[in-house]
Design a protein around this ligand. Structure first.
Ligand code: NAD
Ligand code: ZN
Length: 350
C-alpha cells in the first residue's frame, strides 16, 4: 500500500510504497477513505511544541518515533479482521477512535483513554491514516457511521470531539456567554456544538475575517477580529458588559491566553485547548480574587465521540470540509493549513 510518512522533523513527508499491514489477533485493518488534516499533524511534522523562552518540547521526547504515518481523524471501511474480532465485519463503515490508552491506568479504567498516563494514540505514537490502510489495535476503537458521510465524519474523531469536551466544560453551570477564540477546524466545530447543545450567547474571535464570516453563519451571534484595537473590550460588550462565563482558547498562544483572561468574568472558566504554545505572565492574585478556573482539555472519550456521531446524524452539527487532497498531496495539505488557507477542515482521500 501507499503511505505518506514523516521521516524526520520538518522534512517533506515521504509518499511511498510500504508493506500492507496485516491485522493480528484482536486487530482490525481499515481501508482509509478519508483522513482529516489537523493542526496537531503540523506540530508533529514540525517535531515539537513551543514551550516559550525559546524552548521546544520535542515529540520524540514524548515517545514519538519517526518514521510515523500521521492522521488521527480517520473514516473508512473495515477491510480485514484479526482472530477474535466479532463486533465489526468486512465492509462496515466506521470512524476510528484514535486516542488509545494503556488500558490499565486510572484514566483508562474510568473510560477516558484520551488522557491515559501512557498513550498509544494512532497517527501519533503508532501509524495513522495518511495511508491506504491502517491497523486499529482493537474493535473497541471503532464506531459505526450509520449514514454520516466519510469526509464529514473525520473531524468527529478529533476536532469535533475536542470541541465537544471543551464546550461541555465551558458551558457547565449554564453559561450565558461562551467566547470561542480561534475559528479554525476546532473553533468552527466549537461554535456549532455550543449552538446545538447550550443556550449561550456565542462570541467568536479570530484574526481572519473570512473565518469569522463562516463562524457567523454557523451560529456565532457576535464576531470580533482580535487584530483590531480594543478587541477585549468589544468581546466583553458582546457578552453584555461583564465578560463570559466560559472562554475556550483553541489557539492558546500568548496573545490569545491574555485575551481569554481579560474577557472571562468573575467565577468564570477558561478552557485551554490549542497547542500553538509559548508562555505568558499571570498576575497570581487575579485567579483567587476573581475565583476563576483555568483548565486544560485534551481530545475526548469514546462515548463522547459516539454522542457526537449522533448529533451529526441528526444534522445538529455539520462539519465543514472545504478542501480535498489525494495522498500525493499530503505535503500541500499541511502547507496550506500552515498558511491558514483552509476554512474548517481539509481531508486526504487516499
Ligand atoms: P487551524 O489551523 O484549523 O485553526 C487555527 C485558527 O486560529 C485559524 O482560524 C487562525 O486564523 C486562528 N489564529 C491563529 N493565531 C491566532 C491569534 N493569535 N489570534 C486569533 N486567532 C488566531 O487549527 P485547528 O486544527 O483548529 O487546531 C487548533 C489548535 O488546537 C492547534 O494547536 C492544534 O494542535 C490544537 N489541538 C488541540 C487538541 C486538544 O485536544 N487539546 C486537539 C486537536 C488540536
Ligand atoms: Zn487533531
Amino acid at each position: 500500500m501507499r503511505a505518506a510518512r514523516i521521516t524526520a522533523a520538518g522534512e517533506p513527508l515521504e509518499v511511498a510504497e510500504v508493506a500492507d499491514p496485516v491485522p493480528r489477533a484482536g486487530e482490525v485493518r481499515v481501508r482509509v477513505r478519508s483522513a482529516g488534516v489537523c493542526h496537531s499533524d503540523l506540530h508533529l511534522w514540525e517535531g515539537g511544541y513551543d514551550m516559550g523562552g525559546g524552548k521546544l518540547l520535542k515529540v520524540t521526547d514524548r515517545g514519538v518515533r519517526f518514521p510515523v504515518t500521521p492522521g488521527h481523524e480517520v473514516a473508512g471501511t473495515v477491510d480485514a479482521v484479526g482472530e477474535g474480532v466479532d463486533a465489526v465485519g468486512v465492509g462496515d463503515e466506521v470512524l476510528v477512535y484514535p486516542w488509545a490508552g494503556c488500558g490499565a491506568c486510572p484514566a483508562c479504567e474510568a473510560g477516558a483513554e484520551n488522557v491515559c498516563d501512557a498513550p498509544r494514540s494512532m497517527g501519533i505514537f503508532q501509524d495513522g491514516g495518511y495511508a491506504e490502510m491502517m491497523i486499529v489495535p482493537g474493535q473497541g476503537y471503532l464506531a459505526r457511521l450509520d449514514g454520516v458521510g466519510m469526509d464529514e465524519a473525520t473531524s468527529l474523531a478529533c476536532s469535533g470531539l475536542t470541541a465537544y469536551t471543551a464546550v461541555k466544560r465551558a458551558g457547565a453551570g449554564g453559561a450565558r456567554n461562551i467566547v470561542i477564540i480561534g475559528a479554525g477546524g476546532l473553533g468552527l466545530m466549537g461554535v456549532q456544538i455550543a449552538k446545538a447543545t447550550t443556550g449561550a450567547n456565542i462570541v467568536c474571535v479570530d484574526l481572519d475575517d473570512e473565518k469569522l464570516k463562516t463562524a457567523s453563519g454557523m451560529g456565532a451571534a457576535h464576531v470580533v477580529n482580535s487584530g483590531a484595537d480594543g478587541a477585549a473590550q468589544r468581546v466583553i460588550e458582546a457578552c453584555g458588559g461583564a465578560g463570559a462565563e466560559g472562554v475556550i482558547d483553541f489557539v492558546n498562544a500568548p496573545p490569545t491566553a491574555a485575551l481569554a483572561l481579560d474577557v472571562v468574568r468573575k467565577r468564570g472558566t477558561v478552557v485551554m485547548v490549542g497547542l500553538f504554545g509559548g508562555s505568558f505572565q499571570l498576575p497570581l492574585v487575579s485567579v483567587p480574587l476573581r475565583a476563576i478556573t483555568i483548565q486544560g482539555a485534551y481530545t475526548g472519550t469514546y462515548s463522547d465521540m459516539v454522542e457526537l456521531i449522533g448529533l451529526a446524524r441528526r444534522g445538529a452539527i455539520r462539519p465543514v470540509v472545504s478542501k480535498r487532497y489525494p495522498l500525493d498531496g499530503a505535503n500541500d495539505a499541511l502547507s496550506d493549513l500552515k498558511a491558514r488557507k483552509i476554512v474548517g477542515r481539509a481531508v486526504i482521500n487516499p
